[in-house]
Ligand binder design. Structure first.
Ligand code: 5CA
Ligand code: ZN
Length: 408
């Protein structure tokens, strides 16, 4: 599907640094080592409601990774998805008496607008689940043929993945079985489903049910795909067997990314599927994770609608480290607006303190697992200092734009 318009990306003098990122499978911050184009897959929205600040924070996090790789001279192949068929989308459409296709299209269109306003570099491939169904069917058929997947004997036509078929299963999240079972039940899994080989086995293909949309599954029969296999197949088909970063919010650590990696590794025989499994913290409101199912949401479009500058939203979300779960409050939002004003005034001056040391500091801080708190403080310090360097304001504006995605 279409993505959105790319913002301008200034090129900075000097050379960007090697990016290090936290990886959940090793529990460490490790350097990324892209060979050829850097390959990143980020789990995108399920479009049954407008993009909220949690979605924005996660997309901004991976946007920084994209920008830092580009600053270091890498080409980047960035792929993201839209889960345009899934239970929550169907449930919301039914609740509101709306066509699920129209609902998905409207919310995806709004998401694109929000992403463009936030100056997120667009994915090189933006892919819907529905358009991927023929490829997904092919890969599920391969898993069935190899014995890694099996059909339930209850007449539903449902096909499950056998987690024991992936020798390294569990390495991505490093959770114990009790924790896995808890998250699996909480996040769309069905540990109690009768007839499965293992309680953790995830759904690959859901046989057709009355009143639900379905597609031709060839030897699988009519139905629709499970969630994890969608992301595995989209990533494999556009990025190949080994990717640099598998990303999303930390609500996807288990089961989604563990299962996607297990599917991909069974299909390719390549382990690990991703060299870095990187997760953004949850943005919350009133003490709870912001989520469509709870309804405690602050929409990006709503803030834009009341005149909040998207660059202030960006600065507010960058103020704390991407991996920390954090709360959105009026104070956080106001601090982003104040900072944007201060920075804009500072780059509007005729001269300032030399910018080269700041550019170097930004590169060092951001390539150290995206230390945005440090980076924002470094720009604050430059903005507070006086100086006579007449080239500095323009260079600082370019660096803040290129590395932080904030257009002053
Ligand atoms: N379509 C699936 C991924 S394949 C999905 O999780 N969709 S979503 O709409 O629920 O979330 C879209 C992205 O935003 C995911 O990467 C998710 O991890 C992230 N996300 C969801 N809620 C929050 C939140 N409160 N804070 C930060 N990130 C969030
Ligand atoms: Zn996904």
């Amino acid at each position: 599907m279409d993505s959105w318009l790319a913002p301008e990306l200034p090129t900075l003098p000097g050379k960007g640094l090697k990016l290090s990122l936290f990886d959940s499978s090793s529990g460490q911050v490790r350097p990324t080592e892209p060979s050829g184009a850097a390959k990143m897959y980020v789990c995108g929205i399920t479009p049954y409601d407008a993009a909220h600040l949690g979605h924005a924070a996660t997309m901004i996090t991976f946007d920084l990774i994209n920008r830092l790789w580009r600053d270091a001279g890498h080409d980047v192949n960035y792929v993201s998805n839209v889960t345009d068929i899934d239970d929550p989308l169907l449930e919301r459409a039914t609740r509101d008496g709306q066509d699920w296709i129209v609902l998905g299209m409207l919310e995806t269109a709004l998401f694109r607008e929000d992403m463009e306003a936030l100056r997120i570099l667009p994915p090189d491939h933006y892919v819907g689940a529905v358009e991927s169904i023929p490829a997904i069917v092919t890969e599920i058929e391969r898993l069935v043929a190899s014995g890694a997947a099996y059909r339930l004997e209850d007449g539903t036509g449902d096909v499950y993945f056998d987690v024991t078929a992936a020798p390294a299963f569990g390495y991505e999240s490093r959770l114990d079985r009790a924790a896995m079972l808890g998250f699996f039940a909480e996040r769309g899994g069905d540990p109690e489903r009768a007839g499965k080989r293992d309680a953790l086995d995830p759904l690959l293909w859901r046989g057709v049910r009355a009143g639900e949309p379905s597609w031709d599954g060839r030897s699988l029969g009519d139905g629709r795909p499970g969630w994890h296999i969608e992301c595995a197949v989209i990533a494999l088909s556009l990025l190949g067997d080994r990717i640099d970063v598998q990303g999303g919010g930390n609500d996807l650590l288990f089961p989604h990314h563990e299962m996607s990696a297990a599917h991909a590794e069974c299909l390719t025989g390549t382990h690990p599927f991703a060299t870095h499994y990187t997760h953004a913290g949850m943005i919350g409101l009133d003490g709870e994770k912001m989520s469509k199912s709870k309804g405690n949401l602050v929409f990006v479009s709503k803030l834009r609608g009341i005149g909040v500058d998207p660059m202030a939203i960006r600065l507010a979300l960058l103020a704390d480290h991407y991996r920390t779960d954090r709360q959105w409050t009026d104070t956080v939002g106001k601090a982003g607006e104040d900072r944007l004003d201060r920075w804009r005034s500072a780059v509007a001056r005729r001269s300032g303190a030399p910018a080269e040391p700041l550019v170097q500091a930004l590169r060092e801080l951001l390539t150290s697992d995206l230390d945005t708190t440090g980076a924002l403080a470094a720009v604050d310090a430059w903005a507070e200092a006086d100086g006579t360097d007449e080239s500095a304001p323009a260079l600082v504006a370019a660096a803040v734009d290129a590395l932080l995605g904030v257009k002053l």
